[in-house]
Each structure stands twice: as C-alpha cells, then as structure tokens.
Ligand binder design. Sequence first.
Ligand code: GLN
Length: 483
Amino acid sequence: MHQLTLAEIARGLADKKFSSEELTKTLLARIALLDPQLNSFISLTEDLALQQAKAADARRANGESGALLGAPIAHKDLFCTQGIRTSCGSKMLDNFKAPYDATVVAKLAAAGAVTLGKTNMDEFAMGSANESSYYGAVKNPWNLEHVPGGSSGGSAAAVAARLLPAATATDTGGSIRQPAAFTNLTGLKPTYGRVSRWGMIAYASSLDQGGPLARTAEDCAILLQGMAGFDPQDSTSIDEPVPDYSAGLNGSLQGLRIGVPKEYFSAGLDPRIAELIHNSVKELEKLGAVVKEISLPNMQHAIPAYYVIAPAEASSNLSRFDGVRFGHRCADPKNLEDLYKRSRGEGFGPEVQRRIMVGAYALSAGYYDAYYLKAQKIRRLVKNDFMAAFNEVDIILGPTTPNPAWKLGAKSSDPVAAYLEDVYTITANLAGLPGLSMPAGFVDGLPVGVQLLAPYFQEGRLLNVAHQYQLNTDWHTRTPTGF
Ligand code: GLN
C-alpha cells in the first residue's frame, strides 16, 4: 500500500479497496519502523491523523468524493498547525505550538487530507542540505551517507522512502526543487502569490512560496490544487483563477518551444548531469517539442544578489524572535539587553546567526545602496532576461543542480560552497516564476533532476510537460533500496 501515489490512493478509496484509516495505520507503522534511519519527521501527529482518516472515511460513506479526501500527507514544519508544535527546525521555536492553522494547512484539511506529521527542515529554511536543523540532519534514502537536499529535506526523504505519497514544502531559493532532484521526486515551486503564505513562517517574504513535493507530476497537480488560490489574509496573494491542474495534464507537446540557456552548461556543471539533461531534451523532442538555445546573460549575478536579498529580509523577519513574545527565552536574564542577546544567541543556530548578521549589515546606513539596492537592481535584470526569453519559448529547461547530493558534512564548514549549488534554482525566486524539478536519471546511484521554468501562472504547463515526460520515461518510478 505504501507504494501508491496520491492518484492511485484516490482511486483505491473511491473503489473501496481500502479505507483511509487502514492506509493511515499502515503508513504510521512504516514511519515508526523506517524513519529512525532517516530522521525525516520532527513531530508525528498520530491522533490527529486517525481522527482525520475516520472523518474522511465517513465523508466518503456519505457520498462525498475528492482526490485528497482521505489522502495521507505531511507538512514541512514551518506551516503553522494549531495546537501542534511548529518548530521551523529551530531551538527558538522548540516549544512553540501554533495558535492557528496556516491557510495551506486549513485548505488541505478541508479537502480531507490526513496529516501524519511535521517534517524536518533546515533551521528557518536556510540551507541546501537539511543539516542546519536543530533536530539533526536528514539522510537521503538513496544513500544514507548523503544529504537529501534542503531546506525541505524531511518532506523529500519521507516521500522518496515511501513513508507517505506527498508532502508540502516551501521554496525560497530552491528548497522544493533541489531536494526533489536529490531524492528522485517531482517538486513544484508555484508563481509567487499563487499559494498563500499566511501562517507559513517567513524566511525571505518576497521569495518564499509553498508548493507540493510528490513522486509524480500527476500527484503534484492534485496537491497543488488543494494548496493554491487567493487568500485575503496574505497581502501578496494574487487573485487569479486556479485552473483544474489534473484536467490539464494530457495536452499535446506538439510544437512546444523549449529554450535551453547556454549559460547553464558552464564549467561548474557535472558533465554526467549535462548528458542526462540532453537526454531529457531528446525525449521531449520525440514528443513533438522544438528546442532552441537561449541566453540568460545575468544569471552569473544571481547568487550574490540572492545572498544579499534573502538574508536582508530574514534579518528583518527574524527580529520578532526576541525571547519576549514567543520562542526560546534564556534563563535568569540580568536586564532587557541580556535577555535579547542570550535568548537569540541560544535559540538560533550558526547558519541563522550568520544570515541575520549579513542581512543587518547589508541593510545598514552606508551599505544599503552598495549592497541591498544593487542586489535589487540585479533582481530586475534577472527578471528582464526571463521576460525576453519567454517571448521566444514556452518553457525553459536545464539542470536543477550542478551536482548530485553531496556527502553529509561535506559542505557544512564552507557555507559559500553550499550557496553556489543554488545557481540554477534561485533565479526563479528572484523573478517570482514557477519552476518544477523532475527525475531525469542517476549518477553514481544518486538521482538527478531536470528543471522546467514557465511564465507567470503557467504551473499547468509545467505539470503537463512533466506528466507527458513521465508517461514516456520510468525514472520517477525507481525506488531506493531498503525502502
Ligand atoms: N539554499 C537556499 C538558502 O539557503 C534556499 C533555501 C530555500 O529555498 N528555503 O537560502
């Protein structure tokens, strides 16, 4: 039963092959058995899960239907869940029980999804390896000595190990797409404003976007359908109709114009990954797509710009964790300053502290123009490059990451080395564009992802292309040994 996708689960439940309660119990038992090897969950919510599963079964018995009704999922631990610890992977929020549900959590619960637990993540979503979590590193089910990617490493490892079919995640600079690539999953970062950020603990507000992580594009369509839509509680949510993503999966790729940026194939890219990306292009050509070389000339400036903008916004967002209103408070503070200093010094880990310092510096008087303002100008150039490219092509295709998943610890003492691995993913966040990563093959037994980018609100196009690719390839069906 654990091998079933969301789409298969929906059919099985509709045909009464099994109940949501049976499925939920099976998966909870599997998590208890296998997750100690992976550490992909921070909290399990067994009682809530069983209660939701029974309620979903009762709704089905009453004649209700729906692709998510009774479907087991998990939430990245930065989506607020009422009465349940919402830690954001940080000691700072270790004792924080959210007083309300995030919009995404509430919408999925209303659609009948069953929450099995909260997944591990890099602290405050800062990282690309899930090693900065207060709750310990997550292991990659494809090779337990390697990282699963980050910051949504827990959601990715759990879905890849067949502990559950799909999970929510968030992407500020690649945290859905990069762990998808590292664990052989399909992950979609929607257009900025497509999915509500209300109750999603902020890292960098102008870049953060929630989205689905699953094994197939078909399942991403189902989960995104439950997450997307206008939310008046989020001032950057966009009031744009949500199409039926599942209904759009079967469009023909005949004549689809694919742009492959020449800058993507520079020296930093593992040549074995380059070859797999070229193979995926050939596969799409067989389905009728037309390929064209394009250029994104400002791509080289994106990493420095992102690593100014994201920490700048983080330094502001994280100022609320002061030991007074909520979060960790140090013992026996001598005075207010001591309270702030020690609460923050004890509550935040080293990567979060580094980013707060970088961000506060970039925003300070005298440096604002030189760093923050400059970075914002680059952000505009990056967006303009994409706008020009999308005048000529329908989607942009390239690698999701320059290298496969690295060994645990390999980059933990060199933050810049880890930042450089984000080169292909952060541009979509800077421009606010939707992006998808899907399985494209293996290098040394480790999964490789191919990334597709589309114009604003064309999530449906990405899912359609990925689904057609997955109907003609079997990379996404491969299962890690031992799981
Ligand atoms: N690796 C990037 C960072 O650390 C992206 C993280 C994310 O998307 N949350 O900022």
